[in-house]
Write a protein that binds this ligand. Structure first.
Ligand SMILES: Nc1ncnc2c1ncn2[C@@H]1O[C@H](COP(=O)(O)OP(=O)(O)OP(=O)(O)O)[C@@H](O)[C@H]1O
Ligand SMILES: [Mg+2]
Length: 250
């Protein structure tokens, strides 16, 4: 498997009144092409900061990111935030098409892509619904479709299902796996849930408490396709315990 991203010696210090606030301190890891990687770690350990740096929304204080893209083009990156951040006065389809509209892409082209995505994320029949009328899970589906419309090589998700109830959350996890398999993107997802990380990922990166650094890098070797039954196996229990010990050391 070829490497897609190398994160090298990443430091982020936010300006603060009494000196700087160190959010990340010497973060190093690699992600392979089409890998599904989760990040887990205590609150304030710099997980959102890390995603923002990778998305190019925040300049690191030190360190570098090396993307292995075709013809050295800038990496195409999609971002799904914890809150769906949709535009309530627009319909489902109009929200999904927004990134294309900003780039002044032919509306006929973007509408065709948006309709394909509506189907992919299971929103058939809701194309013309105002997003203010959607449930939390449906709104996150729109956010995922919007992030996918520019065919990102890397999909960043920051606790995408954190605000959903447990059953919807499980269902959305399964749907994300399906989307990842169909679209063949690379995924980097922040989550607070150990079982979600283990059910979905190829690898879990554990961040230490602030300032964040990679405390552990745990391979999740369960064969795919994975079903919910995996949760009840001894191997899953063992890996959950290992992950919990890494998150709460000592
Ligand atoms: N724009 C900012 N200016 C100053 N400090 C910030 C800024 N954004 C984040 N921080 C601080 O940096 C640290 C890391 O924040 P970050 O949001 O990356 O953590 P996190 O791991 O995503 O936490 P959570 O699990 O609660 O979402 C925190 O102490 C936070 O208060
Ligand atoms: Mg965060």
């Amino acid at each position: 498997m070829s490497q897609f991203l190398q994160v090298r010696d990443l430091h982020v210090t936010y300006a603060a009144e009494n000196g700087g606030l160190r959010a990340l301190h010497g973060v190093n890891f690699n992600i392979n092409q089409h890998e599904f990687v989760s990040i887990i770690g205590p609150s304030g350990s710099g997980k959102s900061t890390l995603l923002k740096v990778i998305a190019g929304l925040l300049e690191p204080t030190r360190g570098e990111l090396i993307f292995n893209t075709q013809n050295d083009q800038p990496a195409r990156i999609g971002f799904v935030f914890q809150q769906a951040n949709l535009m309530p006065w627009r319909t489902v389809l109009e929200n999904i098409m927004l990134p294309m509209e900003i780039q002044k892409i032919d509306p006929l082209v973007s509408k065709k892509k948006a309709l394909e995505l509506v189907e992919l994320v299971g929103l058939d029949g809701f194309e013309n619904t105002w997003v203010q009328d959607l449930s939390g899970g449906m709104a996150q589906r729109v956010a995922i479709a919007r992030a996918l419309i520019q065919e990102p090589e890397l999909l960043l998700l920051d606790e995408p299902f954190g605000a959903l109830d447990a059953l919807t959350r499980e269902q959305m996890g399964e749907e994300l796996l399906r989307v990842w398999q169909v679209r063949k993107t690379t995924v980097l997802m922040v989550t607070h849930s150990i079982s979600e990380a283990l059910l979905l990922s190829d690898r879990v990166l554990v961040l230490s408490a602030r300032p964040g650094r990679i405390y552990d890098d745990i391979a999740v070797g369960f064969p795919r396709p994975r079903t919910d039954q995996l949760r009840y196996t001894p191997a899953f229990g063992e890996l959950s315990q290992k992950l919990k010990a890494a998150i709460l050391p000592g």
